[in-house]
Design a binder for this molecule. Structure first.
Ligand code: CTP
Ligand code: MG
Length: 238
């Protein structure tokens, strides 16, 4: 199989606060922008597993300079195309898939720029699942906490059994010829609010296969997540 990688980095990071510090994917952790760690994780895996990867990075039009600066810090020779994203994550992914279609990969891995701790083992699990013929692959981790539903009154209305419940991560991986039409169809149907790509696959009737995610592979959402990521990298650098 041949893999393209779409890295979505066009969000504004509203939940991370501190807009004066810029979008979270360009903030420094371990001395480098978040997005550099994310891209290098894939690049490292490609080298170690001797796989050729084609990258499409989806950025916000306002972030051209920020991305160029980050790009200077990447190892040279990456096959990388940059395109502009849309107003929702779903539309940004679609822009990335359309750009990638010019390169005709058999499969695509769709990754949040805001998940810098994706590692070789996880990428290998995803790749293995694609290789054996699964068309849609979702890394996920079993929910650990007891789940409660709350009513509008702020009181617990029920306890939701957590058996069979998982938290979805990225990279979500697909047969390219299946996911691009599903995304196009979703956009045509005026649904632009799918928060991940597996839900588009489900909506299109594709079976989605779970592989084990990684607790390290958390998404940087809040300011605290970014501080924690920085601490992790500075600690492991010692
Ligand atoms: N993303 C994107 N285009 C958008 C929205 C999100 O490419 N219109 C990307 C983000 O850059 C991020 C990933 O999708 O890498 C996951 O989204 P999320 O964590 O929600 O990031 P933001 O949308 O930027 O943050 P927030 O929801 O807090 O505003
Ligand atoms: Mg968002």
């Amino acid at each position: 199989i041949s893999c393209g990688v779409v890295i979505v980095a066009a969000g504004r990071g509203e939940r991370a606060g501190a807009p004066e510090e810029g979008p979270k994917q360009y903030r420094l952790i371990g001395g480098r922008p978040v997005i550099c760690h994310t891209l290098e994780a894939f690049a490292t895996w490609a080298v170690e597993a001797s796989r050729k990867l084609v990258f499409v990075v989806v950025i916000h039009p306002d972030d051209e300079a920020l991305f160029e600066k980050a790009r200077q810090l990447l190892s040279p020779g990456l096959d990388l195309t940059v395109v502009h994203g849309g107003s929702t994550r779903q539309l940004s992914v679609l822009a990335g898939l359309r750009a990638l279609s010019l390169r005709a990969p058999s499969h695509v891995m769709i990754q949040d720029a805001a998940r810098p701790f994706v590692d070789n083992a996880l990428l290998e699990r995803c790749h293995d699942a694609l290789s054996v013929g699964h068309d849609a692959v979702l890394p996920a981790i079993a929910v650990a906490d007891t789940l409660k539903r709350a009513g509008a009154d702020g009181l617990v209305s029920e306890t939701v059994p957590r058996t069979g419940l998982f938290g979805a991560q990225t990279p979500q991986c697909f047969r390219f010829a299946s996911i691009l039409p599903a995304h196009e169809e979703a956009a045509r149907s005026a649904r632009t609010d799918f928060t991940d790509d597996a839900s588009i696959a489900e909506w299109a009737g594709m079976p989605v296969t779970l592989v084990e995610g990684s607790p390290d592979n958390f998404k940087l959402t809040t300011k605290r997540d970014i501080a924690m990521a920085d601490q992790i990298l500075n600690r492991t650098a010692l």
